[in-house]
Design a protein around this ligand. Sequence first.
Ligand code: HAM
Length: 427
Amino acid sequence: MATLKAVRGTRDLLPPETELWNRIEAAARRVFARYNFGEIRTPIFEDTTLFARSVGEETDIVSKEMYTWEDRARAQSEKTQSLTLRPENTAGVVRAYIEHGLGESGQLQKLYYIGPQFRRERPQKGRYRQFWQIGAEVIGPPSSGSETPLRDAEVLEMLATLLNELNIDGWTLELNSVGSSADRAKYNDVLRAALVDVAPKMCGDCQRRAVTNPLRVLDCKVPEDQPIIETLPKIGDSLGEDSKTHFAAVLAALDTAGVPYKLNQRLVRGLDYYTRTTFEFTHGGLGAQNALLGGGRYDGLSEAIGGPKAPGIGFAMGLDRLVLTLQGQEAAAVTEKVNAYIAPIGESLNAAALVLARELRKAGLQVELGDGSFRLKKSFEAADKVARNIVILGEDEHKSGILTVKDFATGVQSKVVRSELAAMLAQ
Ligand code: HAM
């Protein structure tokens, strides 16, 4: 029979790598708590319409990358419904914000999430069909201050802090403003007009985008198209006064806070809900898929899906890409060993070894438990791979309560009274 494998673009995450995943998630939770964010968990699948209306019908995500199916009715009271595995989490969060009337408190909502997302993209390094995002959204009625440039600056400053705390070296913050929806519509027209003459010389995707969604031409990665794209009108020239003032205030706050950034007028992002500030943090070590995270403002999203006016800003970090980046940096490559490996000598001591392991674990130590059927040599070899010390539990040790401990780093073997064992192993 053919062996079954994980589906293309998905993968199993195994120890010791999962330790790094947990470390990143724990650091993110710690930083989010300091900035007063609370966790939100939304369903992994949603009504397909949600993504079509928010992310946009013309985007790559909605037009070709979603996992969508007809969910058959199981009872007369149910309707057959088109459902989709979430390709991103902002739409779900804003849906939940509306559904639970979170804006009614008048308070700014600061919500974060950690979870898998699904896109049918061509798999490559740093790009998977099931991938993980750590994201956050700041959203509320305008009276809660949700629209002010300070919110943008605080989110960006938090991201710089988080990446630094994770010891990610050499990130770059790329920043742009795509303006209000009116500014974007104006720029789309300017761009469409400018593309009439040059589009026929561009790739097939660009030729299509030039008609359907000209903004997306700026995302093109085809090398031959780049010199043409460089000559196209820049979005900065289509921004209204309000958008310009807002963006200038974001930049001024970042300058004051000492957060470095690079302006990139081509950063329009692949989702249609963005307004005003858009950003990405990139890292050179990632290759073609170099965006560690992306985000921006979405001041009209709530209204686009039937909710009240609720400007917002947020981001999502690619957890798979954070892991890849840290693995590429030497420091993260070292895996931690547990405090001790307990080696019972003979199967009659297995139960006693279990009790000793329980004692040490209760004292907060990390302990691996061997097996009395192993020869001593095999126990030493097994212990050396996973633990800093081996604790030998033979008949003598069991009766006397004085254990034999070997420290692998120093090679020193010593006798330790059971009551002092935990303290000694904790060093
Ligand atoms: P996005 O740029 O589509 O934005 O994705 C954010 C990040 O998720 C990317 O920068 C990347 O690190 C990671 N990512 C995306 N696709 C993949 C993939 N196929 N494999 C691995 N990693 C991937 C959003 O999703 C927006 N919801 C972000 C946002 C939140 N904007 C406002 N609030």
